[in-house]
Design a protein around this ligand. Structure first.
Ligand code: UDX
Length: 431
């Protein structure tokens, strides 16, 4: 079996790497010629630890190739994975334009049986829609199957997650498709869930929304912890030892960002409303997350008696460490608000950069954390990059105008910093 991956973004590039690692012949197809040219040289257009090396290895071995030639690629491959983007529309639902385009291309250009597998996160019912799109575009009724096979990759850990999945979910009505997919993933020994397309699609949304729920729950609890002078980290530790709860995704902070959680929670809420079901818990999850950045900013504003004329050092821009992704990053909301209230902003992130638009021209983008701290009235830590914990905070204090440290990720040792003379506040750090 030869595998075609349509869409060579984050999901597509990782999926291509996985199948090449397993031993299959894989082709990546994209309409973006620039991306394809780089990938042909084994270069990645985004930051993901370890992925570029594996892609380069397989480009060199000849197991992985890249192309922009749709017609030849669709004709030559039996199994096609859809890994195109599904951004949010203004009403919160997923934009299926790229999925629709790929399905239409497949229908129009196929010359024999195809198995079309969706990796992209798509709303419940999309497999049925893909079937219709392909049929509508076909001139000859060649047979095909569709299947949903959602990914559960974390940015920054995509290689590890993709090569050691904790489950493989397959949603299809076709026995032939199930057998083919089992063959494709022959080397993986994790649990399998073989189910209907709708179930597979919903498993992905339900998983991401549940993780987002854990985070918002802890973030709301953190506010209570501040009032009760209790540390939310200790609460999380005590809760996490219960195996029914588990220790992960209990870190209170500035809230979740990234390309998945905000988009997936909002899509699930929108789809549910269309089916006359109000997911009240998830509506609350979104609301808590939307306002979490403001909770920390309130603390900073009150400490500084307003932002006008003050200099604020923002450490970290990416929505989480080990990525340069700034989509839905809480740091951006913080910077927007600081600028609106006429603070001078000095920003540092090890790899992420600001969007090139005029709104951010006033931000001083620094090349080191120390640089960003110079003359600052307060520091706001927005991303838990390990290098921030390793900074020489004793020396750093001398660079500051006022030693105010607001830790949006609860990553620092509060006691130590207070002993060094910092005014330290986390989110739910208790006092
Ligand atoms: C997520 C899912 O984990 C993954 O399975 C899915 O396929 C895509 O979405 P990702 O967006 O890469 O992955 O990031 P993740 O590590 O899950 O973190 C998401 C956000 O939640 C980040 O902004 C992170 O800072 C935040 N978070 C995470 C918390 O605020 N607290 C936590 O305890 C954990």
């Amino acid at each position: 079996m030869k595998i075609l991956i349509i869409g060579t973004g984050y999901v597509g590039a990782t999926t291509a790497m996985v199948f090449a690692e397993i031993g299959w012949q894989v082709t990546g197809l994209d309409i973006d010629a620039g991306k394809i040219e780089r990938l042909k040289k084994g270069q990645l257009h985004f930051h993901e630890p370890g992925l570029e090396d594996l892609i380069a290895k397989h480009v060199q071995s000849g197991r992985l190739r890249f192309t922009t030639d749709k017609a030849a690629a669709i004709k030559e491959h039996d199994v096609i994975f859809l890994c195109v983007g599904t951004p949010s529309l203004p009403d919160g639902s997923a934009d299926l334009r790229y999925v629709g385009q790929a399905a239409e291309d497949i229908g129009r250009l196929m010359k024999g049986y195809k198995l079309v597998v969706t990796k992209s996160t798509v709303p419940v019912g999309t497999q049925e829609q893909i079937k219709k799109w392909i049929e509508a575009a076909q001139q000859t009724a060649y047979p095909f199957d569709v299947a949903s096979n959602p990914e559960f990759l974390r940015e920054g850990k995509a290689v590890e997650d993709a090569l050691h999945p904790d489950r493989i979910v397959i949603g299809t009505d076709s026995q032939r498709a199930t057998e083919q997919l089992k063959k494709l993933y022959w080397s993986f020994s994790c649990p399998w869930i073989v189910t209907t397309p709708r179930t597979a699609e919903l498993i992905k949304y339900a998983s991401n929304s549940f993780l987002a729920t854990k985070i918002s729950y802890m973030n709301e609890l953190a506010r209570l912890c501040d009032e009760l002078e209790v540390n939310v980290k200790e609460i999380a530790e005590g809760m996490g030892l219960d195996p029914r709860i588990g220790p992960s995704f209990l870190q209170a902070g500035l809230g979740y960002g990234g390309s998945c959680f905000p988009k997936d929670v909002s899509e699930l809420v929108t789809t549910s409303r269309k089916h006359h079901v109000n997911l009240r818990i998830l509506e609350g999850v979104t609301e808590v997350n939307r306002m979490q950045y403001a909770y920390l900013l309130d603390k900073v504003r009150s400490r500084l008696s307003g932002f006008a004329g003050k200099t604020v050092a923002v450490l970290g821009l990416a929505f989480k460490p080990d990525t340069d992704d700034i989509r839905e990053a809480p740091a951006l909301r913080i910077i927007d608000q600081l600028l609106l209230e006429q603070a001078s902003v000095q920003l540092y992130d090890p790899i992420a950069s600001l969007p090139g638009n005029a709104a951010y021209q006033a931000v001083k983008f620094c090349t080191s954390a120390e640089d960003a701290l110079k003359g600052a009235d307060a520091i706001i830590l927005c991303t838990e990059w390990p290098e921030f914990a390793q900074l020489d905070w004793k020396k750093a204090k001398k660079l500051l105008k006022q030693p105010n440290l607001f830790d949006g990720r609860n990553m620092m040792d509060a006691k130590r910093l207070r002993a060094l003379g910092y005014y330290y506040q986390g989110i739910g750090s208790g006092y």
